[in-house]
Write a protein that binds this ligand. Structure first.
Ligand code: SF4
Length: 355
């Protein structure tokens, strides 16, 4: 083994140790999925949004290097070991060769890319594979309007933004890049002390300024009721504060284009919330409160999208969708597509006073 390979092995082992230490710091007990075929992504699926057909791709890579956020089990679907660029490129080929994807290439308006961590962390998602991915999107998706990359703010560097801006501009249609950042809670204490998110508002605001200067959009991901120490009303107020914050920031930064993605929290296996659920000290948020929180966006010119899937990770009794919630699920799904507050308001009023 040469000196260069030795250095790679050392760096990979350091990263593995760092991920394991961060997982322990977050009090998490899950195992990593080291047996997954590295040439296959975790999965991909379609969604509908105001932009049209959305392809969501989850790549299988080394786990998130931050890994400590208390509520999050996404790294359990990743590898503890490094996944090299050739395997990730094979995953990209696999996605575009799927018959349901291959049959809809011309329809896809938006692609959301995740590796259950940070797409812009070059230690877990190789730069070669990222270049290949943008090239495949340019070649295969003639009507792509938005390319979304999920990442922590820490891994976004200007050289990368510059390169991505130039590369996606070479596609057949104008495509906007969207940087999607996990915020989870607006309350600073909850976000950084309770959830260990490690995100300061100042860092996020710098990202908005840098991204806007390049013509990119920024999405903030929020969770509703992510800790036991928050009742249903506090959880609604936290989401409402997030809506106000992003809407105000959008008004303050000239040309900024922001949007908010809200995920009602579910209890996932191997997290502290699973233990809280078993102890009876936490219950999932009510969908009627999700609707109440979203309605706060009316008139604020901030697109809001509600995640209604528990990604199959919720433990029994840990999901936010309960029997009888179907009309609200339908109304929120319709709202995701249309951003029309009228029908959502109607469904909400019906849910709070069914007679
Ligand atoms: S929420 Fe994001 S940054 Fe935090 S551990 Fe999960 S994947 Fe990593």
């Amino acid at each position: 083994m040469g000196l260069e390979e030795d250095t790679h092995v050392d760096a990979n082992q350091r990263t593995e140790r760092l991920i394991q230490a961060a997982t322990r710091a977050g009090g998490k007990t899950y195992e990593f999925d080291n047996d997954h075929d590295p040439n296959l992504p975790i999965g991909c699926f379609f969604q509908r949004s105001p932009e049209g057909l959305v392809l969501f791709v989850l790549f299988y890579t080394q786990a998130c290097r931050w890994s400590r956020c208390k509520f999050c089990t996404l790294p359990s679907t990743s590898s503890l070991r490094h996944v090299g660029y050739k395997a990730i490129m094979a995953q990209i080929d696999h996605v575009f060769a799927q018959p349901d994807v291959a049959g809809k290439l011309g329809e896809i308006r938006k692609v959301i890319l995740s590796n259950q961590g940070s797409m812009l962390d070059e230690l877990t998602f190789s730069s070669t594979a990222l270049m290949y991915l943008v090239a495949r999107c340019n070649l295969l998706l003639p009507n792509l309007e938005v390319l979304t990359l999920e990442t922590r703010v820490d891994y976004v560097d200007d050289a990368e933004l510059e390169f991505l801006a130039r590369a996606i501009a070479e596609g057949d249609t104008p495509t906007v890049l969207e940087i999607a950042v996990g915020f989870e809670a607006f309350n600073e204490r909850v976000r950084n002390r309770d959830l260990l998110k490690g995100l300061a508002l100042a860092k996020f605001e710098q990202l908005v300024a840098r991204s806007t200067a390049k013509g990119f959009r920024v999405k903030g991901y929020f969770l509703q009721k992510s800790i036991a120490d928050m009742d249903d009303d506090e959880a609604v107020r936290d989401v409402q504060a997030a809506i106000e914050y992003l809407a105000d920031l959008q008004r303050t930064v000239p040309d900024a284009r922001l949007n908010l993605h809200l995920n009602p929290t579910y209890a996932a296996r191997g997290t502290t919330l699973e233990q809280e659920l078993k102890r009876g000290t936490w219950t999932p948020p009510r969908l009627v409160d999700t609707a109440r929180a979203v309605l706060h966006g009316k008139g604020r010119d901030l697109p809001i999208f509600v995640g209604l899937s528990d990604e199959g990770l919720a433990v029994e009794g840990g999901s936010f969708v309960r029997p009888g919630d179907e009309p609200l699920v339908d109304a929120l799904e319709a709202f995701n597509r249309t951003q029309d507050y009228g029908p959502l308001e109607e469904a909400f009023l019906k849910a709070i006073s069914p007679d």
